[in-house]
Ligand binder design. Structure first.
Ligand SMILES: NC(=O)c1ccc[n+]([C@@H]2O[C@H](COP(=O)([O-])OP(=O)(O)OC[C@H]3O[C@@H](n4cnc5c(N)ncnc54)[C@H](OP(=O)(O)O)[C@@H]3O)[C@@H](O)[C@H]2O)c1
Length: 302
């Protein structure tokens, strides 16, 4: 297949592109800068210059492709207080690509997060059939699923908050480590029993390929290798890596020290991927989060 990918130059895209090329697919990656274009070209992918706001570019590139994977997200905007604006741009991109693919039965794989299930307070692991009616980013997932009724083989991959590997240079794990290095302690809230699901970047990339190749129209998929790692154990592994203590703090102290991430580290987000594994025969094989942290590459990042 000739596959158009947004976010091809990012952390997860940089694993999805080689995964697709190695399986014999052609890749056309969206690049918004010369640096991203050069990085993409060096992998053997073709480049389509443009941004998420260039809806004509997204429409044309999607129409010319045999399938689309959407990974780009305006993290720069989202992390500077513009989360809703970034989510709106994401929704426009999903709608535009979806319109271009309508009636073709081509695959369209989009990206969301498992963390949204944390707010449902399910009292059990979240599953692929748990949904939310609407909201920023969630609307993109729901539009993706609705495209199944318009002749698109659409699927939405929910990623856990920690997609981890040596390719991860600015996700939650590196930013928590940078903070712990600065403050001299790795914090968790209360008893730290709240759980974060996790997946290795290479396992997530493999799932994107399986979704592209064979997910049935309208599938919600969980790229979750570990259902839930207690956050206290994550903080302790970071503390060990840096030689600083792991410390329990009150919720307001976490917010003061970590900003919005302080609220995020309190989320209890156990998530099942049983349905995804069965549907696509996806079997994660790479290191778990604590083993990956023990490999030390995160602590060598500056
Ligand atoms: N990493 C995680 O742990 C995690 C967890 C849950 C969900 N997700 C989601 O997974 C997706 C991929 O994440 P990631 O970790 O790979 O992110 P990333 O490393 O920040 O990469 C983001 C990608 O989007 C591109 N991009 C950003 N703004 C753009 C714009 N205005 N126009 C065009 N392209 C733009 C970036 O291009 P440049 O190379 O030019 O910057 C880059 O290719 C995102 O939707 C993210 O929210 C990630």
């Amino acid at each position: 297949m000739r596959v158009f990918i947004t976010g091809a130059s990012g952390h997860i895209g940089s694993a999805v592109v080689p995964e697709l090329l190695a399986a014999g697919h052609g890749v056309v990656g969206l690049a918004r800068s010369e640096a991203s274009a050069a990085a993409l070209k060096s992998t053997g992918a073709e480049v389509r210059r443009g941004t998420l706001d260039d809806l004509d570019v997204l429409r044309d590139a999607a129409a010319a492709a045999d399938g689309v994977i959407h990974l780009a997200f305006k993290h720069d905007v989202a992390f500077s207080g513009g989360f809703e604006a970034a989510a709106t741009a994401d929704l426009r991109a999903v709608e535009t690509i979806g319109d271009a693919l309508a009636g073709t039965n081509k695959p369209f794989v989009t990206t969301g997060g498992t963390a949204l299930l944390g707010r449902l307070e399910l009292g059990r692991a979240g599953t692929e059939t748990d949904t939310i009616d609407g909201g920023p980013r969630i609307d993109s997932e729901n539009v993706t699923i609705a495209l199944a009724k318009r002749g698109v083989r659409s699927s939405a991959v929910r990623l856990p908050p920690t997609v981890h590997s040596s390719l991860d240079h600015h996700g939650f794990v590196p930013s928590l480590i940078a903070n712990a290095r600065k403050s001299g302690r790795a914090v968790y809230v209360g008893d730290g029993a709240n759980r974060w699901p996790a997946v290795h970047t290479l396992d997530a990339a493999h799932l994107y390929r399986l979704a592209l190749e064979s997910a049935p129209a309208g599938s919600r998929l969980h790229a979750v290798a570990e259902e839930g790692v207690p956050f206290r154990e994550i903080a302790e592994a970071m503390g060990r890596g840096l030689g600083v203590p792991a410390t329990s703090v009150a919720p307001n102290e976490a917010a003061a020290e970590l900003g919005f991430v302080g609220a995020f580290i309190q989320v209890d987000n156990p998530t099942s991927s049983a349905h995804t594994r069965e549907l696509l025969r996806w079997r994660p094989t790479h290191a778990g989060l604590l083993a990956d942290l023990a490999e030390r590459h995160y602590f060598e990042l500056r």
